[in-house]
Design a binder for this molecule. Structure first.
Ligand SMILES: [Zn+2]
Length: 423
């Protein structure tokens, strides 16, 4: 459980003014930033507002275009490795025990190098078939023998604009966009506080954490920017037995009528904000409110299970799937998977879903009926899209259109939660 303590806890006492408009953050950066990612780390009462987002792992190389001059810093020792560099394109190659920068004719025998631009202009990054631009600084680090990872270090409020526009349509009601900004801010802070000390990143740039696509923001950028600005520094908290805490503010696209408790799905203790009691009549307009049927061969189901969970290699082909535990609304939570000899293994329904369809684009939720047919499993009467924990994004939009404000919506989907301006 993430504790709303330390510096963040102290800051939570500064003010409880919620949803105040205005953004007084500086827009210009120092000409030559000191080592550390100070190009983006806007210090406020000592609060480190940088979020570290994993853009890529296990890549052999990448190219970065940095506008203007930049410094290279040993990310661990904070030594400046190269000052005032300025090349049109920077290639980074990962090798055994070192990271090479051919355009600078340098090879550094370090674990990680931070690229700190002097200008606040975004850097263009390309690796494999991906291209995007990012504000802030970048860290490249050694990952395997000849591969590395790429992390964007960015101010959380800048990060959130991209997340909001990547997570929900700009056509959402402005109150629903504010809801998403608060939820994504809370989620990001939670992940930052929970990141293992030796890990170089807080969140992934994908749906595994929350979507982050960098700059430009494209259509809807203005709306997302306003939603982030209007809620600047506001997070969701709850009164835990140990005091006020932020929590892992799960969210998903469409709950299909009811959200579910996070505890059994995520193997963690249930807390009131994630108890999943919200009945949601507001996501019925989502195109994913109902779906199916989806047919998947038993051969494919078995192969994917064996690949992800080696214990399934002890069983023959999975022939039957029974519901062990379900919500009162009938959403399967835990399943028993059996082979022809009735040997069985139990698995969380959400884990089966993401194993059978890792994209989540066909088998959109566990809120469905599973039937066994000759050679196939049929997932029918499907409802909703996503895990159904916490906030229902389309439900938030529906509630906003019905006249609810962001504070009301957040308390509805996260029972007993409250809003706190953390900075
Ligand atoms: Zn819903």
């Amino acid at each position: 459980m993430c504790r709303f303590n330390g510096r963040l806890g102290v800051l939570s006492l500064l003010t409880s003014a919620l949803f105040t408009a205005g953004c007084d953050r500086p827009t210009s950066e120092p000409a030559v930033p000191p080592p550390r990612s100070a190009s983006t780390a806007r210090s406020l009462a000592g609060l480190d507002r940088d979020i570290r987002v994993l853009l890529a792992a296990d890549i052999p190389s990448c190219e970065i275009k940095v506008p203007g001059l930049f410094d290279l810093v040993d990310a661990d020792r904070r030594d400046i490795l190269y000052q005032d560099a300025g090349v049109p394109q920077l290639t980074i190659q990962f090798g055994p025990g070192a990271i090479a920068f051919p355009e600078l004719d340098r090879v550094f025998e370090v674990e990680a190098v931070e690229i700190v631009p002097h200008s606040p202009e975004p850097m263009a990054v390309s690796f494999e078939d991906q291209r995007a631009s990012y504000a802030g600084a970048l860290t490249v680090y050694r990952y395997g023998e000849n591969t590395g990872g790429l992390v964007n270090i960015v101010d959380v409020e800048d990060y959130l604009v991209s997340v909001v526009i990547s997570e929900v349509p700009a056509s959402f009601h402005p109150e629903a966009l504010r809801v998403q900004a608060v939820v994504s801010r809370t989620y990001a802070w939670y992940q930052k506080r929970m990141a293992p000390p030796n890990r170089r990143w807080d969140l992934m740039a994908t749906e595994s954490s929350q979507m982050y696509t960098g700059i430009p923001w494209g259509d809807g950028g203005r709306q997302a920017m306003e939603a982030v600005r209007d809620t600047s520094g506001v997070v969701c908290t709850w009164n835990s037995p140990h005091g006020e805490r932020i929590f892992c503010s799960y969210f998903s696209s469409t709950c299909g009528g009811h959200t579910q408790a996070a505890g059994p799905v995520k193997n963690e203790s249930s807390i009131p904000p994630l108890s999943g009691i919200a009945r949601c009549d507001y996501c019925a307009d989502s195109r994913w409110f109902s779906w199916g049927p989806v047919r998947t061969s038993k051969k494919v189901v078995t192969e994917r299970l064996r690949q992800k969970y080696p214990r399934f290699q002890k069983l023959g082909r999975i022939e039957d799937i029974q519901v062990v535990d379900q919500t009162v609304q009938g959403r399967p939570v835990r399943l028993r998977l059996l082979d022809a000899k009735k040997r069985a293994i139990e698995l969380e329904a959400e884990n089966l879903r993401l194993t059978v369809d890792p994209t989540g684009r066909e088998l959109r939720s566990t809120f469905c009926t599973i039937r066994s047919q000759a050679g196939y499993f049929v997932f029918s009467e499907g409802r909703g899209f996503g895990h159904g924990l916490g906030l229902c994004q389309y439900g938030a939009d529906g509630m906003a259109r019905a006249g609810a404000n962001a504070a009301y919506i957040l308390r509805y989907y996260y029972p007993q939660s409250r809003l706190k301006r953390a900075y």
